[in-house]
Design a protein around this ligand. Sequence first.
Ligand SMILES: *Cc1c(COP(=O)(O)O)cnc(C)c1O
Length: 340
Amino acid sequence: MIDLRSDTITKPCDKMLDFMLHAKVGDDVYGEDPTVFELENKIANFFGMESAMFFPSGTMANQTAVKIHTNPGDQVVAHEYSHVYNYEGGGASFNSGVSFKLLSGNKGMFNSDQLKHAINPKNFYHSPLTKLVSLENTTNKGGGHCWDIKHFEEIKKICDENELGLHMDGARVWNSIVAQDDNPKLYGDYFDTISVCLSKGLGCPVGSLLVGRKKFIDKALRVRKIFGGGMRQAGYLAAAGLYALENNLQRLSVDHQRAEEIASGFSSKDYIKSVNDIETNIIILELDDSIEKQTIIDYFSEKEILFDWNSMGFKKIRIVTHLNYSEHDHKYLLKVIQNL
Ligand SMILES: *Cc1c(COP(=O)(O)O)cnc(C)c1O
């Protein structure tokens, strides 16, 4: 089976497992796991940030960020495609009692003008108090697009002027860094917190981190405990992250190249209405009105190829390239696309 539903489906290779198995561990709830400590320091430093904290999932890292930046009744500004609004089970309203002001915009991104107009005036007490801005890099539902660092400066300026926290949902920020050859240390200049996933393109079985200024990460320790995310000998999992940073980061460009080739295979087909511009590893196909999604599903399923048929909405299909998608798989898929 060639599974391109998501880059989360990857399984650790023998070398990663071996590295995990030999990790030095301790009880991380007591702050005594040296491998967790090493990973947290490495990631904080990587992003030019003061501090980082290991989490079991990206959802918990995002939910913790919302919690530490807001009080119940406050409002979060985010794109209408954002994961923290669409896919975390309504967690932001459940855990933090916040509402969202949603922005539209191409490819899951918005600009500083839109942001300016979305902020409720502080003294107008009829409206929720705007407290946090969250942006996604790369954009998932937006098609794996990368924010240009130059936009962060304007957005940060507006956040400062209005006393708003600024959070990046960087579940796939690795793809953005590799695709744009960005210096990730610069991110530390703009964001209060960044969540990153080890379990997507980097190919770890489990793990995310929340990176940020020290005062926020200190606050996150209690919230993570409350959410049930304090883990004991978590160094076995953190070791996978250390391995992945060394071995699986630069190779993301291979996933990006293959995504480009898949998209170009589909782009000339008359059953396709549109394909997004490929910047990283996500392809979103929109089907022409004349064809049923089920016809496409059946064709590829018969050839033992799986795409994400459900999460992107009506007439849309998501395809995500990843570490366990081989050159052999790729050649086969391109042929199957060609023959349809
Ligand atoms: C995957 C993802 C997350 C976190 O998901 P988990 O499955 O909880 O790790 C957050 N934001 C985006 C954009 C994602 O793609």
